[in-house]
Write a protein that binds this ligand. Structure first.
Ligand code: PFF
Length: 451
């Protein structure tokens, strides 16, 4: 039996978990969801969902993962042998593979944009042309598939490096760089003429826009953004040392993730209004808007715009990679530990499966755009299936497992590191895990189904 690796230290754990959480979900998905779902009111719901529904699940996955020291299926096998809980493990190994498939299509878009930035293709180009470029690019057959392939290959390459050398090192360097860049863009974006409308959009809630669908989308965004309900945090937690404080790493990750999303909103939305782009433009929003901001930031000097664009698309790519590797690792941990595969073969298997499904997602913007599942394109269908249903469902199961199946003394022992830390917080966290999160998720599911 291989000795399992662990993350090096506290900073490493938070960085790796934050690396999983912070990604395209914050920079690409959050701004366009805010735009589609009506602005500030959506943000308020998203913040509520993050703390009341998502954070308890973050703790639950941490408790299960660290206690079992296993992948999602192994954890259920060890902690509830011979029961149907196994299927929760299976579901939470399969669902991140679906997310990874379409996630890497968008990862591919950031690869393409990085190449474009390196070639100075955006500098000096007016907003309409940039918008035109995006729609032409995603609807073409080969280019986005090639970009998706490059993204999957990069992810697989890092996975082969192993937990500590690959994932941890990578996250530590790039996350701070991304933060600095987003802050710079936000500050600059706020000075653009016309930016005020964007700020109002983000700060003035219009509650009349909220329906059952909005609440479900806000919950979905919270789960997607914190990488929950798909065994990812569970698997990472299995590499966390026993003396690590789960409350600190959980709250640290959730706050960092939220901060990045809100910052990305403030970096993008004012510029969306300043450039005259519709906030509800959908998945292309960020890709249409950013080149516009970079051109402005360059003050008419091409190489300055190009350097900003290169740095930004590079960090988006890296943020996407640190999230993609966390999903990838779920499949690899399962195949190596449960199926006895070598790390190399497991990596190849995961990459191959996600590559194929990803191709279908990519083509659903072009040649397969007429093909619909439940009225949605393949990409949109898989995204809403995973974010709005599978992830909250997986999360619900994890809270039920920790709150009602595990022995309370075991849960307490794990969360308090054997009574050494977090004793005061435990009853509150326990209440959130047992009641608030599961009841909240079920109510949102039901209203979304019935209304
Ligand atoms: N949380 C990631 C992001 O916001 O980009 C996406 C993600 C990572 C979803 C890992 C699911 C997952 F298991």
């Amino acid at each position: 039996m291989n000795k399992r690796e662990t993350f090096g230290g506290r900073l490493g754990v938070i960085m790796a978990m934050a690396g999983s959480a912070i990604g395209l979900g914050n920079i690409w998905r959050f701004p366009y969801m805010v735009g589609e779902e009506g602005g500030a009111a959506f943000i308020i719901l998203y913040i509520l969902a993050s703390f009341l529904l998502a954070l308890p699940i973050f703790f639950s996955e941490n408790i299960i993962g660290r206690r079992s020291g296993s992948n999602a299926v192994g954890a259920m096998r060890k902690m509830a042998p011979g029961t149907a809980w196994k299927w929760v493990g299976v579901l939470t190994v399969l669902s991140p593979m679906i997310v990874l498939s379409y996630y890497s299509v968008v990862g591919g878009w950031s690869v393409e944009y990085l190449f474009k930035a390196l070639a100075f293709d955006f500098t000096g180009v007016p907003p309409e042309k940039i918008t035109g470029f995006f729609s032409r690019f995603i609807s073409s057959t080969w280019e986005p598939v090639v970009a998706h392939t490059i993204f999957i290959a990069l992810t697989a390459g890092i996975i082969l490096g192993g937990v500590r050398k690959g994932i941890e090192k990578f996250s530590k360097v790039t996350m701070p760089m991304l933060f600095v860049l987003i802050v710079a863009i936000t500050i600059y974006g706020l000075t653009l003429p016309g930016a005020r409308a964007g700020v109002d959009y983000l700060l003035k809630p219009d509650f009349s826009k909220i329906g059952a669908g909005t609440i479900a989308s806000a919950m979905g965004q919270a789960f997607f953004s914190l990488s929950l309900g798909v065994g990812t945090i569970l698997t990472y937690a299995s590499y966390v040392r026993k003396d690590e404080n789960l409350l600190v790493s959980g709250v640290g990750t959730a706050v960092a993730d939220l901060l990045f999303a809100i910052l990305a909103g403030f970096a993008i939305m004012p510029a969306v209004f300043a450039a005259g782009i519709a906030p509800g433009a959908g998945p292309g929003l960020v890709f249409d808007t950013l080149p516009f901001i970079f051109n402005k930031m360059g003050a008419g000097i091409p190489w300055i715009s190009a350097i900003i664009a290169i740095l930004f698309f590079l960090t988006i790519l890296v943020a996407a990679l640190t999230s993609a590797i966390s999903m990838f690792e779920v499949g690899v941990a399962y195949l190596t530990e449960e199926k006895g595969m070598s790390r190399r073969l497991a990596t190849l298997a995961v990459a191959g499966g996600c590559w194929i499904i990803g191709i279908l997602c990519s083509l659903s913007f072009g040649p397969l755009s007429g093909f619909h599942v439940f009225g949605k394109s393949i990409f949109d269908f898989l995204d809403s299936l995973c974010s709005n249903w599978l992830m909250p469902f997986g999360g619900l199961m994890f809270t039920l497992f920790v709150g009602w199946k595990m022995k309370r003394s075991d849960v307490e022992d794990e969360f308090t590191n054997g009574g050494k830390v977090n004793q005061k917080a435990f009853p509150v966290v326990g209440f959130l895990i047992r009641f608030v999160a599961p009841v909240g998720i079920v109510i949102i599911f039901l209203t979304n189904l019935l209304l």
